[in-house]
Design a protein. Structure first.
Length: 164
């Protein structure tokens, strides 16, 4: 089953998609902040266009495991997505919340891998880590969505392997 992964943020939402077998996730796109209703519409359009059977939404937890304000926003978004999917006769759509702790940090590390590490450190020193270009930040969000989705897919595959 093809799955869609979401890294929902205040400014952007990273989107990833799996292959048809649900084994490998890859970054797909980034949706700029457009309001919850418009975001739900765009996600459902992606679900229909790519024939997706599952949406995995990253749930931001604190390192302690507690849920914060952003987690509340994501939960409300997920509930709205579920309601609108049912209204659109997409009731078979499986919507899952998945712990996304540190996914953005891991995506940033992947984006600034060993070959670009020296350049990255130089740029950070010059203009600060938070001042990356919008295109780099968007790419990181899509990679974070892929990491969230891949973590979910891997856990499903491992649990199936343990059953046998």
């Amino acid at each position: 089953m093809r799955s869609l992964g979401l890294d929902v943020g205040d400014r952007r939402t990273g989107v990833a998609i799996s292959d048809a077998e649900g084994i490998l996730a890859r970054p797909l796109t980034v949706i700029d902040s457009i309001g919850q209703e418009a975001l739900v519409e765009k996600v459902l359009a992606l679900v229909e266009n790519h024939k997706v059977g599952r949406v995995v939404v990253g749930l931001p937890r604190r390192l302690s495991g507690e849920l914060g304000r952003q987690a509340d926003k994501v939960t409300v978004f997920t509930e709205r997505l579920s309601c609108l999917a049912k209204e659109r006769s997409l009731s078979q759509l499986d919507i899952q919340l998945w712990d996304e702790r540190l996914s953005t940090k891991a995506a940033e590390r992947l984006k600034t891998g060993p070959e670009s590490r020296r350049n990255s450190l130089h740029l950070r020193a010059r203009r600060g880590a938070r001042n990356r270009s919008p295109s780099v930040k968007a790419e990181v969000d899509a990679i974070a969505a892929a990491l969230i989705l891949q973590g979910f897919l891997d856990s499903r595959r491992l649990s199936k392997d343990e059953e046998c």
